[in-house]
Design a protein around this ligand. Structure first.
Ligand code: PLP
Length: 363
């Protein structure tokens, strides 16, 4: 069977909605509104300024972003945020930055922070192999900490926080790379949120930063220009040549959210339904499928599990491919199988995959 986008369960870059891909296909040759390929559009054109403004307005409306928050479109992926954040908010403060170590990606962030100051691991599940997440009430944080950094959805292990932090008296920074736009989120609980595009927002190349004015005011201003949040804010994210294409597609994705999905409540309901279908199929066969995450911490975006042997896993992946499903290999650090259910994956493809899971476990 030939592969198609609807059945691409890859962990990222992830599938994009078909209607967006059709618009992009046309825009590569010529944008209807300019007659010029999107790949040749100047970042200083009125057209691009309009794209940026529209993307920002749509994000504000979809995510209900309060007025005292700024939106930046940056480069360098989420990995650069691992460094930019401590450079701006930890360097020279004499304070400690608190980090939750809940998986592969959150473990990377403090390794960059130690170049700038004192990074403290406030909670870790490393010894148990990253299978669970802490409750907010159980954390003991330095009340004078520069910030707390955590990852809301661990893409590799498939762990997701089901609630937002509350009553933690330190600034909260969250890497939402793999679940921003998947369901409603209370932005006002956070001081800084970042997410690269290549899961739910668009293609790789642009990283979204949503930051509270009062917190941004504490960011150092004596940093190299490209690593300085103030530079990007005053240049309206066009200090140098941004990734015009990715921002254009991100804008199309926000239009799709508003036009076809109807907003984050419907998106969240659909994502919940999709995840339940897959987990229910897997849970029917505990002998065959060994799930990685502790049930209350299971992610709705990335479902991770193992089969009894790597031979069985190789067979599973081969059968999946010949049935038209792709992108199911686990991350290279963990192995096994990973099903990613980002926003563009529809209910029908999910139902088909659930049937496939059942068929593979039934003699
Ligand atoms: C949660 C999370 N944070 C950070 C990253 C690193 O992102 P990037 O490749 O954009 O640097 C990833 C990559 O998939 C991720 O899933």
């Amino acid at each position: 069977m030939t592969l198609n986008n609807q059945r691409n369960f890859s962990a990222g870059p992830g599938a994009l909605p078909d209607s967006v891909l059709r618009q992009v296909q046309e825009a590569i040759l010529a944008l209807p509104e300019t007659g010029i390929s999107v790949l040749g559009m100047s970042h200083r054109s009125d057209w691009f300024e309009q794209q940026l403004n529209e993307a920002e307005n749509n994000l504000r409306s979809v995510l209900d972003i309060p007025k005292n928050y700024q939106i930046l479109f940056l480069q360098g992926g989420s990995s650069l945020q691992f460094s930019m954040i401590p450079m701006a908010f930890l360097r020279g403060t004499g304070k400690t930055a608190e980090y939750l170590e809940t998986g592969y990606w959150s473990s990377k962030a403090p390794k960059e922070a130690v170049h700038e100051g004192n990074a403290h691991i406030a909670w870790s599940d490393k010894v148990a192999g990253f299978r669970s997440l802490p409750d907010w009430g159980q954390l003991q944080l330095d009340p004078k900490a520069a910030y707390l950094h955590y990852v809301s959805n661990e893409t590799v292990e498939g762990l997701e926080f089901k609630s937002e932090p509350k009553d933690l008296s330190v600034p909260i920074i969250c890497d939402m790379s793999s679940n921003l736009l998947a369901r409603p989120v209370d932005i006002s609980r956070f001081d800084l949120i970042y997410a690269h595009a290549q899961k739910n927002l668009g293609p790789a190349g642009v990283t979204l930063v949503i930051v509270k004015d009062e917190f941004l005011a504490c960011a150092r201003n004596d940093l190299p220009s490209m690593l300085n949040y103030h530079t990007h804010l005053s240049a309206h994210s066009v200090y140098n040549t941004p990734c015009v294409f990715s921002i254009y597609v991100l804008n199309l994705v926000t239009q799709w959210m508003l036009r076809e999905v109807g907003g984050l409540i419907s998106m969240g309901e659909l994502n919940n339904k999709k995840a339940n279908l897959i987990y229910q199929a897997l849970d029917q066969f505990p002998e065959h499928y060994q799930l990685h995450a502790h049930p209350p911490n299971r992610s709705e975006m990335n479902v991770t599990f193992r089969l009894k042997s790597s031979l069985l896993e190789a067979d599973f992946l081969k059968n999946a491919r010949s049935s038209g499903f792709t992108g199911l290999e686990g991350h290279r650090s963990l192995g096994g199988i990973r099903i990613s259910l980002y926003n563009a994956i529809g209910l029908q493809a999910t139902q088909e995959l659930a049937q496939f899971l059942i068929s593979q476990a039934t003699p």
